[in-house]
Design a protein around this ligand. Structure first.
Ligand code: PEP
Ligand code: MG
Length: 306
């Protein structure tokens, strides 16, 4: 059975002294689960594929089928569905939104719900219906959350449909700085380091020449991750990382040391990250995390962790 295959060769993510750090998958559809790699669930189900290249929004039935296929493939495991992340590099014609001169700073992610709330509501209806049909408890999170008010509004919409585990991606520095207050409204956070790097260091995430500023080892970025993890620890709620940073076997122990409770990545990255965690005690992870936070830059942070 698929679920058993995902588990074999593995066991859960743990440090050398047995501290659990959940290893989860980033997927774009149920097809991405056809792998032998072991993981403990899905930490980021990107739902954009359903909405791309369309003149009209996908109907409820089509959405339910897509979500249900993923839920049925992993019964009993956490599956975190991210609501539509439109905008910037993912323009969606059917939304009929005006072109923007600076789309990365415009109407993207959850902000689309300001103009088209029915798109979000239909998606939440479909996720809730799919979960009921598969007999699972879904986790749902919104991209590009910036304020506590946005988090509260999203939580209200999701909970009114019976979705119990409601979270936000932390991709905007403003959200990281308010992590504690966000967790007063939400059940979990997931740090999207790809966008959080872009917005923290003010560099387009596709900008090759400025890649050094997008480095997830930038101490400023790690400081924001720490802010989220500390808030999670105080609230007793999960805080994961689902950006590319989670797939770096040297950085994963640092993230664990900062207090992150799950790491979500592509299936191919799981074995190396599992091994890296298993080779270090939690005390070593915490030491590496402190050193990285105090480093002057990415190179020094890496050196201390190695
Ligand atoms: C991120 O921003 O880190 C993230 C995981 O979301 P995406 O890459 O889909 O923008
Ligand atoms: Mg993102």
């Amino acid at each position: 059975e698929k679920r058993d295959r995902l588990r074999t060769s593995t066991g859960p993510g743990r440090t050398a002294d047995g501290h659990p750090v959940k290893l989860l998958l980033n997927i774009g559809s149920a097809a991405d689960l056809g792998t032998e790699v072991a993981a403990e669930g899905v930490g980021l189900f990107r739902t954009e594929f359903l909405f791309l290249d369309r003149r009209t929004a996908p109907e409820m039935d089509e959405q339910v089928a897509a979500y249900e296929a993923v839920f049925r493939a992993l019964p009993g495991d956490r599956v975190v569905v991210r609501t539509l992340d439109a905008g910037t590099d993912k323009p969606l014609p059917f939304l009929g939104l005006p072109e923007e001169t600076n789309p990365a700073l415009g109407v993207r992610g959850l902000r689309v719900a300001r103009a088209r709330p029915e798109v979000l509501d239909t998606q939440l209806d479909a996720i809730a219906a799919a979960a009921r049909a598969a007999g699972v408890r879904p986790w749902v999170m919104a991209p590009m959350v910036t304020t506590v008010a946005e988090a509260a509004d999203f939580a209200r919409r999701a909970r009114s449909r019976g979705i119990a585990d409601v979270g936000a991606m932390v991709e905007v520095p403003a959200a990281a700085l308010r992590a504690s207050r966000l967790l007063a409204e939400l059940d979990f956070l997931s740090v999207g380091t790809n966008d959080l790097s872009q917005y923290t260091c003010a560099v387009d995430r596709q900008h090759g020449e400025l890649a050094d500023l997008l480095d997830p080892w930038q101490p400023a970025l790690l400081r924001l991750v720490a802010e989220c993890a500390d808030a999670g620890r105080r609230a007793g709620k999960p805080v994961g990382v689902c950006g590319e940073a989670a797939a770096d076997p040297l950085l994963a122990p640092v993230l664990a040391g900062l207090g992150v409770t799950s790491l979500s990545m592509s299936a191919l990255s799981v074995p190396a990250v599992r091994e890296a965690l298993a080779a270090r005690t939690m005390a070593e992870c915490e030491h590496a995390a402190r050193s990285a936070l105090e480093a002057d830059g990415p190179a020094e942070a890496r050196r201390h962790a190695g």
